[in-house]
Design a protein around this ligand. Structure first.
Ligand SMILES: Nc1nc2c(ncn2[C@@H]2O[C@H](COP(=O)(O)OP(=O)(O)OP(=O)(O)O)[C@@H](O)[C@H]2O)c(=O)[nH]1
Ligand SMILES: [Mg+2]
Ligand SMILES: [Zn+2]
Length: 448
């Protein structure tokens, strides 16, 4: 992006979700002796509201040391600088323990980091590498592993430990879930590249432990799912392999072949629609919405582990693995997301200007087929979705492309060489295309 000419006056903290005015932003002292913070403990560097600055914008701490590190005035946790330059958009995931949230997230971001620049002249980068460290580790283990034959397993997301930051507020220790923060920025060749600063967003994304969606698991001291109230898009992960009726249907199809994915150790099996209904009622409570008020979020049902249950929906075999195509640039008008001569790729002998376009109409066709299958086999889940959203879409994905294997040492997991994600980028491409006007041109938006 050429310039970031806007500095926001208000920001939503990605940790505690309070909105604060940017002139209240604290700085974090870099001086080795200035330690101690009432919220973060005696070993945390001092937070201070600066009154002196250097010409380069660095704030001077009480000892005259410069600092560029910013922090929220409410929870005192560090906030990347880029959050002050672009408006934010919140995306959340809901899903039972073991439903595939973390695997999906890793495969999705890995795919998007490559596809977005190539196809749509968009760049998805870590707003702060430190904040996204966990996700980078997930991606490295699976997709950049120097040993493609070893067996890797992403850790279960826990409800405690170093995924959370402890903050003392009014004598209570509150545990905030660490967010993932990305910058989504168009480059110069994007049709809106000249106003990139207007289009660019910081994307806040949250990967909860599935247990956090169980009734009673979001408390004042562990407000770990309150991001839902702010979300523009909620990815609801549904894992058919956790439903015994899918197993029966699979067995009817192919004999007793399906190795059942073991759900995480939860006392009793959680019904996925129960968990979803609980999450949505929390969302309503936090957002102050009545029972019948429309949700501010778009619901995208991500149906995970498609490699396992895919045979139940033979139509899926005819769906292409790529959800984009190239069309002649002059078919796209500015209003639909791209102008002629903008997002172009000269492909083919005749060198006609071509633009990559997301096949959102194909997403809808696919959604119809998956919804139909779920309606037959897990009807109460689809009814729960219907009860909340009239325009949810259903997108099947496979984060791994196959089932887990067990190596000679008894370790269960996936060999990097055999991990081939399928469609994991589609939910996010669809979300961006439909929620951020003009950022990804798509077929449903083409002029007729
Ligand atoms: N066959 C298959 N198995 C998958 C896929 N994605 C995940 N799994 C399996 O499902 C298990 C759970 O996946 P996770 O991504 O850890 O689930 P989660 O929703 O993050 O679970 P919690 O962190 O416990 O809430 C993994 O250990 C994998 O074995 C997939 O695309 N295909
Ligand atoms: Mg997880
Ligand atoms: Zn905060």
């Amino acid at each position: 992006m050429e310039q970031t000419s806007q500095i926001l006056t208000k920001i939503t903290c990605p940790h505690c979700w309070e909105i604060f005015s940017t002139d209240q932003t604290l700085y974090v002292s870099q001086h080795p002796e200035l330690l101690g913070d009432p919220r973060l403990g005696p070993n945390a560097p001092l937070r201070f509201l600066p009154s002196r600055f250097r010409v380069d914008g660095a704030a001077l701490d009480p000892n005259g040391f410069p600092s560029l590190q910013l922090a929220c005035p409410c929870c005192h946790l560090a906030i990347p600088r880029s959050l002050f330059e672009m408006p934010s958009i919140f995306f959340s995931m809901i899903g039972a323990p073991g439903s595939g949230k973390s695997y999906f997230l890793a495969a999705m971001t890995w795919r998007l980091r490559q596809l977005l620049p190539q196809l749509f002249h968009l760049h998805l980068t870590d707003a702060d590498p430190q904040v996204n460290l966990r996700l980078q580790e997930y991606e490295s283990q699976q997709f950049l592993n120097p040993d493609p034959n070893c067996v890797v397993q992403l850790a279960k997301t826990e409800t405690y430990g170093d995924l959370y930051d402890a903050v003392v507020r009014e004598d209570q220790t509150i545990y905030y879930l660490r967010p993932f923060l990305f910058s989504l920025v168009p480059d110069r060749q994007h049709p809106l590249g000249e106003e990139a600063w207007r289009v660019a967003r910081t994307l806040y994304l949250y990967d909860n432990a599935g247990e956090s969606f169980l009734p009673g698991e979001d408390r004042a001291t562990t407000p770990v799912t309150r991001h839902l109230a702010l979300s523009k898009v909620i990815f609801v992960l549904f894992d058919p392999t956790q439903d015994v009726r899918f197993h029966r249907a699979m067995q009817a199809l192919s004999g007793p072949s399906l190795e059942r994915e073991k759900p995480a150790q939860v006392a009793g099996m959680v019904r996925q629609e129960t968990l979803f209904i609980e999450a949505i009622s929390r969302l309503r409570r936090y957002a102050g919405l009545g029972q019948h008020q429309k949700l501010p979020a778009k619901i995208i049902v991500v149906v995970t582990k498609q490699d396992v249950w895919g045979p139940l929906c033979p139509d899926l075999q005819r769906v292409p693995s790529e959800f984009w195509r190239y069309i002649s640039s002059d078919l796209i008008t500015k209003g639909s997301g791209a102008s002629a001569g903008g997002n172009t790729a000269a492909r083919g002998e005749d060198a006609v200007e071509k633009t990559a376009i997301l096949r959102s109409s194909l997403v809808h066709t696919l959604s119809g087929k998956v919804e139909e299958l779920l309606r037959k086999i897990s009807p109460e889940f689809v009814s729960a979705i219907d009860g909340i959203s009239g325009d949810a879409v259903y997108i099947p994905v496979s984060a791994t492309g196959g089932n887990a294997v067990t190596d000679a040492q008894g370790r269960k997991g996936f060999r990097p060489k055999d991990i081939h994600p399928k469609w994991t980028e589609v939910p996010m491409l669809y979300a961006i295309a439909t929620q951020l006007e003009g950022v990804i041109p798509h077929t449903l938006n083409l002029p007729h």
